[in-house]
Design a protein around this ligand. Structure first.
Ligand SMILES: [Zn+2]
Length: 427
């Protein structure tokens, strides 16, 4: 939009005073220091992403090789793709009077088999930071993605598009210049893919731990310090061991997950042997698998404990009916006596007599109807009304024996009644 206010006119003026010709410098830095040069291999050959030439795959060692055509050190991806695309931002910091300016350059790398790579650099965003906020001169975003369309203008994006104008840069150009209030606290050169606004808030609040991590260029731990300072404070003694051992975790989130797991398994989280693993992913995954196994064990133990408890309760409530069994020909109907029997009925008939806890239901009695000892239906009797409330087989449906089952129960309801009466007389 066109500048209207005094501030907006000032920003446009400042923008024209920023260091010119930075883009070439940024592109050179991106391609030499930030961009992994890629090769793309099938089983027999690979093609070099930089020069596009193809060579035999036999010289690839652990996914690395040197292209004999252009001498590029390549990282090999196994794919049949004939083209590939990468894009990211490099940030360049400048001071402009009271503003800390962060300029974002969008790097675009296109690989195509048989062709030299095509690279492009475009300045997209300028953030003018004050202590608490920042103003924008930027290109436009179409879908809330990278703002690369249209001219560099004063922008005031709505809430849902704000994040597109504040992306994570892959790196800061080493010639970046920061205001003294930031440079004296460690903002110098490249400090990795950190968003400046989160960092500046912490530095302005005087967070000595953030400062320490920034000065040590511990990008991954610094990221966590900005997003979850509580976690870094909690494990600060462990972090200090990383600093002492020059150990830079490759992923801050996974690192703290790993430390929490070490703590859970009561390992010494002040011992570099544990807290500085050579292969963080491997060490983390190993503990995750161990925890999963243990969780499973605990769940089984808990289930067992709950079943024992339920069994005792069930015996107190319905024990007076245990032993009741009605027979006619090959049909037997018996009162369920254990929770395990409720599980078996549920599993056999695929219904909810166990999951809906019928064993704990007041005023109800559950029986199992079997023909030649094969489960056929589960019967529920209302003890208040002394009637069969339901009798269901597989999938809650009636079996072929439904009629005779209900008849046999009805013929024997007086036996259940007797148990209730004898108990009340004893009491
Ligand atoms: Zn090459």
């Amino acid at each position: 939009m066109k500048p209207r206010t005094k501030l907006q006119h000032q920003l446009v003026q400042y923008s024209s005073w920023l260091t010119p010709g930075v883009d070439k410098k940024i592109l050179n830095y991106a391609l030499s220091d930030c961009n992994t040069k890629l090769g793309f291999s099938t089983s027999k050959t690979y093609w070099c992403g930089v020069c596009g030439n193809s060579h035999s795959a036999k010289d690839i060692v652990k996914n690395e090789t040197i292209c004999p055509s252009c001498n590029s050190e390549l990282h090999i991806l196994e794919t049949k793709k004939r083209k590939f695309h990468e894009s990211y931002y490099i940030a360049f910091a400048e001071d402009m009077f009271e503003y800390q300016v962060i300029r974002y350059f969008h790097i675009d790398v296109n690989y195509r088999k048989g062709e030299h790579w095509k690279t492009n650099v475009l300045e997209c965003i300028q953030q003018y930071h004050t202590d608490n906020d920042f103003h924008l001169i930027s290109r436009l975003t179409h879908y809330g993605d990278t703002p690369i369309y249209g001219p560099m203008e004063v922008r005031n994006p709505g809430y849902y598009k704000q994040y597109a104008y504040n992306p994570y840069p892959s790196a800061y150009h080493p010639e970046s210049v920061f205001l003294e209030q930031y440079s004296k606290k460690g903002c110098q050169g490249d400090f990795g893919n950190i968003r400046f606004d989160g960092l500046k808030r912490q530095l302005n609040f005087n967070c000595p731990k953030t400062e320490t991590l920034l000065k040590a260029k511990q990008t991954q731990l610094l990221k966590v310090a900005i997003s979850d300072s509580y976690k870094v404070s909690k494990y600060w003694n462990t972090v200090k061991i990383c600093l002492r051992n020059n150990y830079n975790p490759i992923d801050g989130g996974i690192y703290f997950d790993y430390i929490e797991l070490l703590e859970y398994f009561q390992k010494d989280i002040r011992n570099s042997k544990f807290v500085c693993p050579k292969d963080l992913h491997k060490a983390h995954n190993k503990l995750v698998a161990k925890k999963r196994k243990l969780d499973k064990k605990l769940a089984i133990a808990e289930q067992k404990r709950k079943m024992n408890f339920d069994q005792k309760q069930y015996e107190i409530e319905k024990g007076k009916f245990f032993g009741l069994k009605f027979k006619k020909g090959n049909l037997t109907i018996k009162v369920l006596e254990t929770i395990q029997e409720f599980i078996e009925e549920s599993e056999k008939h695929n219904h909810c007599v166990y999951t809906n806890k019928y064993y704990a239901k007041q005023g109800s009695l559950i029986l199992s109807a079997r023909v030649n000892n094969v489960l056929k239906e589960t019967v529920e009797i209302s003890l208040k009304e002394m009637i069969v409330t339901q009798s269901r087989g597989y999938g809650n449906k009636a079996s072929n024996h439904h009629k005779e089952i209900v008849e046999l129960v009805n013929e024997n309801l007086h036996l259940i009644q007797e148990r209730i009466l004898s108990l009340s007389q004893t009491a």
